[in-house]
Design a protein around this ligand. Structure first.
Ligand code: NDP
Length: 327
């Protein structure tokens, strides 16, 4: 059974005399920094000298360069995009890492694939919320928490776990429960969702839209049925709350019967081979190497594919159908 940590497992006094440097004030950086600050932690923000850093200052947080924050922080939370972490770490953080400091991540990617390998005297820890940043902040201010993965990759100080749990608690991550994991597990599970589950969902939904329009259904009606009404989002929410099959009770018997009798044939047996292929790329480092090459060459494939999906006819139509739902 997985180990789950709650508030009572974490000692907030561990952070009492510490400074937590949050590097990056984006999705996670902003949410985590504000939660830490509101939990009484001494927080500083490191970033580029631009409007983002101004926003942090306007939110009442001390701001400075990344290097200055790295020098000031006993715990340094690296909350900038994964694909830019390596050079920022090498040039601006590594020179300020002294024994006893901790480097915290919200995703295991760079450590797991060896792009960042801190000296062995450093604690390498992870508090990875299973939630987008706005959700992390919203839950905290509402008195709730969001589930998180916590892990220690390297325990240089001998106190890495108490630091990790205190940090998770101050972010609101142990209110509902933080699951003990590893950098490898968090990264591979996250990438499996991103590289198999969500592509499959997107393909099924957009493929169903294209198919239904081809068969003569009104595009607006098809979109409304598939995801724009918000019913799909409600179903996912109920899955999280009561269970994937338990939530079927909210649907009509006709719907339940249709789903249960057609579930097997909905996807071909070869789907499992697709899962194997996705996991092989993730575990073998093929994806990580490909993404690193993509970054180094200026994101040509990423840009082309993103432009391509944004040209799909659903993009214009979604807004029109959303208006119908709103009115
Ligand atoms: P964002 O894309 O929101 O990060 C943006 C921030 O990074 C901005 O403050 C930006 O500064 C700063 N930044 C970008 N490049 C640099 C640079 N070269 N030097 C200094 N600062 C820079 O990142 P996320 O919050 O999405 O992700 C942060 C981490 O959290 C990642 O490891 C991610 O995997 C993880 N994570 C993210 C989740 C999410 O909700 N998005 C969920 C769980 C984990 P500026 O605005 O000045 O350019």
């Amino acid at each position: 059974m997985a180990k789950i940590y709650t508030d009572s497992d974490a000692d907030p006094s561990v952070l009492e005399d510490s400074t937590v440097a949050v590097v990056g004030y984006g999705n996670q950086g902003r949410a985590q920094a504000l939660n830490l600050r509101d939990s009484g932690v001494n927080v500083v923000i490191g970033g580029l000298p631009d409007a983002t850093l101004d926003q942090a200052r306007d939110n009442g947080l001390p701001t400075m360069s990344v290097a200055e924050a790295a020098a000031a922080g006993d715990i340094i939370c690296l909350l900038i995009p994964d694909d830019v972490q390596q050079p920022v770490y090498r040039n601006e953080i590594l020179p300020h890492l002294s024994p006893g400091k901790a480097l915290d991540f919200a995703h295991g990617y760079n450590v797991h694939y060896g792009f960042i390998a801190p000296p062995k005297e450093i604690d390498v820890i992870m508090v990875a919320p299973r939630m987008i940043g706005v959700g992390v902040r919203h839950a905290y201010t509402a008195g709730r928490g969001v589930p998180a993965f916590v892990a220690v990759q390297q325990d240089g100080s001998g106190k890495a776990w108490p630091k990790t749990l205190a940090l998770a608690r101050a972010m609101g991550g142990t209110r509902t429960g933080a699951i003990e994991s590893t950098f490898a597990e968090e990264t591979e599970l996250d990438h499996f969702s991103e590289q198999f589950v969500w592509p499959a969902v997107f393909r099924v939904l957009v493929g169903a839209f294209d198919f239904l329009v081809e068969k003569g259904y009104q595009p607006e009606a098809a979109l409304m049925e598939l995801w724009v009404s918000g019913e799909a989002a409600e179903v996912l929410q109920r899955m999280a709350e009561v269970g994937i099959f338990q939530q079927m009770a909210f649907h009509s018997p006709t719907s339940q019967y249709g789903t249960l009798t057609r579930m097997e044939r909905a996807l071909p047996q070869e789907t499992r081979e697709c899962m194997e292929a996705a996991l092989k790329d993730i575990r073998g480092g093929v994806f990580a190497e490909e993404w690193e090459t993509e970054r180094a060459s200026g994101y040509p494939v990423f840009t082309r594919l993103r432009d391509q999906v944004l040209r799909h006819p659903v993009n214009g139509l979604e807004e029109a159908v959303r208006q119908l739902v709103r009115e």
